[in-house]
Write a protein that binds this ligand. Structure first.
Ligand SMILES: Cc1cc2nc3c(=O)[nH]c(=O)nc-3n(C[C@H](O)[C@H](O)[C@H](O)COP(=O)(O)O)c2cc1C
Length: 187
């Protein structure tokens, strides 16, 4: 049931969570700017523009890892996970953190986060189309506020994604995907 008329379909299907990247090839700021701008075309109820972005490269990646590790340790995470966090954000040439603003009601906060998740997908698809690999990581438990502060976000920001980014060196095999279950209701 595939239709080959639309190039975007191939981009959607070929995007894979991957960290197989050229570690020595930097991702230029101009390109990161382009990806973040494309992210902002996501649907957004009430046009609250809830997203915020931080691009972390170079020595800041290890500083970031240490900040996350300290927050994880304070939270009481396992020592092995804490130590791993110190270096794990330096595995790709760039990391982009994407935050979502608190709303003026519980519903708006949820909608803001939904919009931000859509923005993340925009960013990943645009990156895929340009030959970049992306990997969506969650913010470790207890580290949200430290990450938001490190990134220069507003204090109430929810960190939606810590994204690893780099030039892809290989493609990742696509897993089998179950067909969507669609209930058609028409009477
Ligand atoms: C909201 C969200 C959070 C995620 N957090 C993590 C994470 O913390 N660690 C991780 O290894 N993968 C994380 N992922 C990536 C998924 O594991 C990945 O999308 C999944 O394995 C399917 O692979 P695919 O993206 O190549 O289809 C996250 C994905 C989403 C949408």
């Amino acid at each position: 049931m595939t239709n080959n008329d639309f190039p975007i379909d191939d981009i959607i299907r070929s995007r894979r969570t991957s960290m197989l990247v050229d570690k020595s090839r930097e991702v230029p700021c101009e390109l990161i700017n382009e990806l973040c701008e494309l992210a902002t075309w996501a649907p957004n109820h009430k046009r609250t523009w809830p997203w915020s972005f931080a691009a972390i490269t170079g020595p800041a990646q290890l500083r970031f890892g240490n900040t996350v590790a300290e927050a994880m340790a304070t939270f009481g995470d396992e020592p092995a996970k804490v130590e791993k966090a110190r270096t794990k954000y330096a595995r790709t040439p760039a990391v982009i953190v994407i935050g979502s603003a608190i709303g003026d009601s519980e519903l708006r906060t949820i909608e803001n986060r939904d919009a931000t998740a859509a923005a993340v997908q925009n960013l990943m698809l645009a990156a895929t189309a340009r030959g970049l690999a992306t990997y969506w990581g969650s913010c470790p438990k207890g580290a949200n506020d430290s990450v938001a502060q490190f990134c220069g976000f507003e204090p109430d920001t929810t960190v939606v994604c810590i994204m690893y980014l780099g030039w892809a060196t290989s493609t990742v095999e696509a897993p089998e995907r179950p067909q969507p279950s669609i209930n058609y209701l028409n009477d």
